[in-house]
Design a protein around this ligand. Structure first.
Ligand code: 3SL
Length: 242
């Protein structure tokens, strides 16, 4: 665990549970699969990922961008939106496809979590794949309050986001609410079998029915992607790894 005595880490399991106010740093988590995909796209050279809650605004905004420099990534119900270049699989984010491109992205829950925290002074995204990098950055900034917000599934609790939030608490210490203590305990229980945890999770089961086992295995891998996704303007995330 990183020594960070003054820091308090609060976990909120869904965007709806986020209270009023502003922390020093807010972190959105959507292990399956938005924040795993964002980290992967940025690590593989995407210029930025710009997130949208609705497809209409995404289409409007992306039309104003040079067509050769963009990809549209859309997911609804776990499936790729018709006519879009990408769905929400991190495995589709190869350097050949994403390098130099701005990815205009909309997913069912992950983009909503980001919207809920977008006015915080520092906004990051985390997943298991880039957990250590995010934890190290947060520790280096000596924030007093950090909010970790799970995306959940349509307003309800998600096992995998809670476990990832717990992994951050485990690395940073300073659990600030009961949810943070519980999340850290959940992570402690499952840390050696994250694939199994994702397979047990209700959204994991939804994705398995869609044939996405390889996505689950990738999303369960710890510290495999070198990315620090950080917001530069509302909804726009860039690679902030030095
Ligand atoms: O809900 C979301 O934002 C998505 O990450 C869901 S899915 O994993 O792409 O189905």
């Amino acid at each position: 665990m990183i020594d960070n005595t003054a820091m308090q880490v609060f976990v909120f399991h869904t965007p709806e549970l986020v209270p009023k106010g502003t922390p020093d740093c807010a972190v959105a988590v959507d292990v399956l699969r938005a924040t795993t995909t964002i980290a992967t796209a940025l690590a593989r050279g995407a210029e930025a990922v710009e997130v949208f809650a609705d497809l209409e605004t995404l289409n409007e905004r992306s039309t104003a961008w040079p067509a050769e420099c963009l990809l549209r990534a859309g997911e609804r119900g776990g499936k790729q939106v018709e006519g879009f270049d990408l769905g929400n699989s991190p495995l589709d984010c190869t350097p050949e496809r994403v390098a130099g491109k701005r990815i205009f992205m909309s997913t069912t829950n992950g983009t909503r979590a980001l919207q809920r925290i977008q006015h915080s002074p520092v906004v990051l995204t985390a997943a298991f794949v880039n957990l250590g990098i995010v934890a190290k950055f947060i520790a280096s900034q000596h924030f007093e309050t950090v909010w970790v917000v799970g995306s959940g599934w349509q307003g309800s609790f998600s096992l995998e986001d809670a476990a990832c939030a717990g992994a951050l608490v485990d690395r940073l210490g300073g659990a600030g609410n009961d949810e943070a203590f519980a999340a850290a305990a959940l992570y402690e229980t499952w840390k050696d079998d994250l694939v199994e945890l994702l397979e047990q999770a209700s959204h994991g089961q939804r994705l398995l029915k869609l044939g996405c086992l390889t996505d689950l295995v990738f999303c369960a891998s710890l510290d495999t992607v070198a990315a620090l996704p950080r917001q530069t303007e509302p909804g726009v995330l860039v690679q902030a790894l030095g």
